[in-house]
Design a binder for this molecule. Structure first.
Ligand code: GAR
Length: 207
């Protein structure tokens, strides 16, 4: 099934790029209807433009109230008939109304094995610095459905990465990003093909 996707970003947009590439290679059937960034100069906005994808800079700071921002975002999503919202390096909080409205239709990619190294304050390079600081031997990436909490929704896919002694946080970030790109596209494939079944906190994959 082809889905109308909205991708929300804040930065470089390499995860966005992995979705664009998969669609262009016909590995995914869906269409990115809009890219929304809460950062004006996000490189992901340039990526969208390069591929002829509509984009918007939308920050809650430019609205008089959270409600106004929420309404604007909801209107954009409704106008584009969005079926699925992908948070791809989106470092903002999705308004509660949108989460309610798009229940089990918002996914996020996170650069650790949730429930470790996630939640408030765990984003970007910080995650990998904390991973090394703690001394865990394995990290990885997670895709999950988004609920009202931060990184708390049902887990869809996880893939581990074994940590060698010499690795730096920057190198770790690069390695984990490769995994992110892979499992994000795989997750979208599973959703397109209606292979996921949510059973409480467990997401069952029908192969
Ligand atoms: C990615 O590593 C993503 O998992 C992370 O931000 C990076 C964005 O990279 N997201 C979070 O930390 C969310 N808590 P990208 O802009 O190149 O896709």
């Amino acid at each position: 099934m082809s889905l109308n996707i909205a991708v929300m970003i804040s930065g470089s947009g390499s995860n966005l790029q992995s979705i664009i590439d998969a669609i262009e290679k016909n590995s995914l059937k869906s269409e990115i209807k809009i890219v929304i960034s809460n950062t004006k100069n996000a490189y992901g906005l340039v990526r969208a433009e390069k591929h002829g994808i509509k984009s918007r800079y939308l920050s809650k700071n430019n609205y008089n109230s959270p409600r106004e921002y929420e309404e604007e975002l909801l209107e954009i999503l409704n106008n584009k008939k969005i079926d699925l919202i992908v948070l791809a390096g989106y470092l903002g909080i999705v308004p509660g109304e949108i989460i309610k409205h798009y229940k089990n239709k918002i996914i996020n990619i996170h650069p650790s094995l949730i429930p470790s190294f996630c939640g408030k304050g765990f984003y970007g390079l910080t995650v990998h610095e904390k991973v090394l600081e703690y001394g865990v031997k394995v990290t990885g990436a997670t895709t999950h459905f988004v609920d009202e909490g931060v990184d708390t929704g049902p887990i869809i896919m996880q893939e581990p990465f074994k940590i060698e002694d010499e690795i730096t946080a920057e190198e770790l970030q690069k390695e984990v990003l490769k995994i992110e790109h892979k499992i994000l596209v795989e997750t979208l494939g599973l959703i397109e093909n209606k292979k996921l079944e949510i059973n409480g906190r467990r997401v069952l994959i029908r192969r």
